[in-house]
Design a protein around this ligand. Structure first.
Ligand SMILES: NC(=O)C1=CN([C@@H]2O[C@H](COP(=O)(O)OP(=O)(O)OC[C@H]3O[C@@H](n4cnc5c(N)ncnc54)[C@H](O)[C@@H]3O)[C@@H](O)[C@H]2O)[C@@H](O)CC1
Ligand SMILES: Nc1ncnc2c1ncn2[C@@H]1O[C@H](COP(=O)(O)OP(=O)(O)O)[C@@H](O)[C@H]1O
Ligand SMILES: [K+]
Length: 509
């Protein structure tokens, strides 16, 4: 699914008006009535008090349409106009008149704190103050209104985006944004939903198709792609009946140091579970027995006593995952850099291998083309420098990916695969995966996919998806707290099986 920027959505809006020969008032009616439908389906006429807060632009216009439709269906509604400016949009004004003409109760004008209404915990709020048009800080009384609404802690539905969020940067004041229980958003999910600084303002979101011009949507180069099962299952490579283990490649996992051998156990097991034909682990001697006993299917090569001192892989192989638990001692750093100078295999670079690269710009020049780097936020900061907000972080990651011709996976909730200017946002995974070793599993998964013949970009996207899905299946059985990295490995098979399960169809109302 395409994630479009605010400007692209505005352009889509204009193209739609021209090509479909409709007015922007019609488009607003179409969009807002779908928000109403979504609310009505859930509320089913429940007799609760609904407060609709409308700005004076088109987001406010949507709010007015929703108010009118709610009233027409017998809901108890109070509509407020948040007068943050005198420049009312024409569509707002039209809908304002329509609402006044059908309701005895006229919208309530808000101009200062004295006008704020009481909102009870059991009421519902519809937030249509600002949409994607917010372009400067809100005046202080509107900030206070946002805080007043948030303090009510009632079910709050954001229209398009929670008010107070910019489309391309972090909020000026983290408390000056509506915290929505859900957001019903038009046509495309917004990038802000997927980033830590801004995604926290909506617990859920629902994308509604408002029928914008299909050709435009098809040809537009999106800000990012959000990948779900539908797109992902097309990447799957079936296993031919007459295949043998050689068909699925040999993955090598290099890492570990005294006390951190577990990371290589997890990564090599994950490479096997994702389907590599053969897996070898290259570890210091202290890892030999732990690996052989915990993973009988994995072959083990050793070097150094407590940490790796040279990396010399003479066996034939198809992909290497390197870095988990490796350490960054001088000896290991030298070994890794020498290895990079000679290496010709597809690489997944993780953890301490990233930390070593971050030490010196000359080292970064050795990153082979199409290598995949899987930094968590701290490792990313070491690699690309610090950022003020998440959008800047993404720009820095893109610049790094372009400069060194590599793929970066920004890990976290909604991990983002960065390949040059292209961004792929993962839809699977959960907070239970914030646990030791889950990144090691991801490295094993991606290495195992490349060994099987997936190209690095496919392996990054497919692997991130399956890893998250395994976490979701694991959490559905164990809950978030007790999910551990080993559970992700256990559920990789279920994640594959799930790829081809049909969604249960929703019962008709
Ligand atoms: N194609 C689409 O995406 C559609 C968008 N529609 C709605 O239109 C919204 C965008 O409407 P608008 O562009 O009118 O913008 P908003 O309604 O978000 O904001 C209203 C106006 O306020 C001004 N403004 C921005 N920041 C301000 C501040 N801090 N203080 C005072 N004034 C400020 C801006 O000039 C802005 O145009 C969308 O979010 C959506 O709700 C729908 O009606 C229909 C289709
Ligand atoms: N809140 C979260 N939601 C979804 N996935 C998460 C969350 N927190 C962590 N993860 C995933 O778990 C993994 C953690 O990786 P990392 O921090 O490198 O772990 P470790 O170094 O312990 O192996 C990443 O794939 C990340 O996307
Ligand atoms: K809003």
């Amino acid at each position: 699914m395409k994630i479009l920027s605010a400007n692209q959505l505005k352009e889509a809006d204009q193209v739609t008006l021209e090509n479909q020969q409709i007015s922007s008032l019609d488009l607003m009616e179409r969009a807002a009535s779908q928000v109403f439908n979504s609310i009505h389906q859930k509320l089913k006429g429940a007799p609760i008090l609904i407060h609709v807060f409308c700005g004076i632009g088109n987001n406010g216009g949507d709010g007015l349409v929703i108010s009118r439709l709610l009233l027409e269906h017998g809901y108890t509604v109070k509509t407020y106009i948040v007068n943050f400016s005198e420049h009312r949009s024409p569509e707002f004004l039209d809908n304002y008149d329509r609402l006044k003409s059908m309701s005895k109760e006229w919208p309530i004008q808000l101009r200062s704190e004295e006008d704020f209404p009481k909102i009870a915990r059991q009421d519902m709020v519809i937030d249509a103050i600002f949409g994607i048009g917010l372009n400067r800080p809100m005046v202080s009384w509107v900030v206070d209104l946002v805080k007043h609404i948030n303090e009510a802690r009632c079910f709050t539905l954001g229209v398009d985006v929670p008010s107070g969020l910019y489309s391309d940067k972090a909020p000026d004041d983290p408390n000056a944004v509506i915290v929505a229980s859900t957001t019903v958003t038009f046509q495309s999910p917004k990038m802000v939903f997927f980033l830590p600084q801004t995604g926290k303002y909506t617990e859920n979101f629902e994308v509604i198709d408002i029928g914008l011009d299909k050709d435009f949507l098809h040809q537009v180069n999106p800000q990012a792609l959000l990948f779900h099962k539908r797109e992902i299952s097309t990447l799957y490579k079936p296993r031919p009946k007459f295949s043998h283990k050689g068909t699925y490649g040999h993955a090598v996992i290099i890492g570990g140091s005294y006390g951190k051998i577990g990371s290589t156990i997890l990564a090599s097991k994950a490479a096997l579970r994702i389907g590599a034909g053969l897996v070898s682990a290259y570890v210091p001697e202290c890892g030999y027995i732990p690996l052989q006993t915990s993973n009988p299917e994995v072959m083990v090569i050793t070097d150094g006593e407590k940490n790796i001192t040279t990396i010399d892989i003479s066996i034939s192989h198809n992909a290497i995952g390197i870095g988990m638990g490796l350490g960054t001692s001088d000896q290991t750093t030298t070994a890794f850099i020498k290895f990079l100078e000679q290496n010709k295999s597809p690489l997944v670079i993780d953890a301490d291998a990233i930390n070593i690269l971050a030490k010196n710009d000359n080292y970064k020049e050795l990153i082979p083309e199409n290598a995949i780097l899987t930094p968590h936020p701290k490792e990313l900061e070491r690699l690309v420098g610090s950022w003020e907000h998440d959008f800047e972080k993404i720009e820095k990651a893109k610049a790094f990916s372009k400069k060194y011709h590599c793929i970066l996976i920004i890990k976290g909730a909604y991990s983002i695969v960065v390949a040059g200017n292209n961004l792929y946002v993962n839809s699977t995974g959960n907070q239970g995966m914030a646990t030791a070793g889950s990144g090691d599993v991801l490295t094993g998964v991606i290495t195992g996919l490349i060994a099987q013949g997936y190209d690095p970009l496919q392996a990054s996207i497919f692997g991130t998806y399956l890893h998250g899905r395994a976490g979701d299946i694991g959490a559905s059985k164990k809950g978030y707290e007790s999910l551990i990295a080993g559970d992700l490995i256990t559920n990789l098979g279920n994640a594959y099986v799930d790829l081809f399960k049909r969604e249960a169809t929703k019962p008709e109302n």
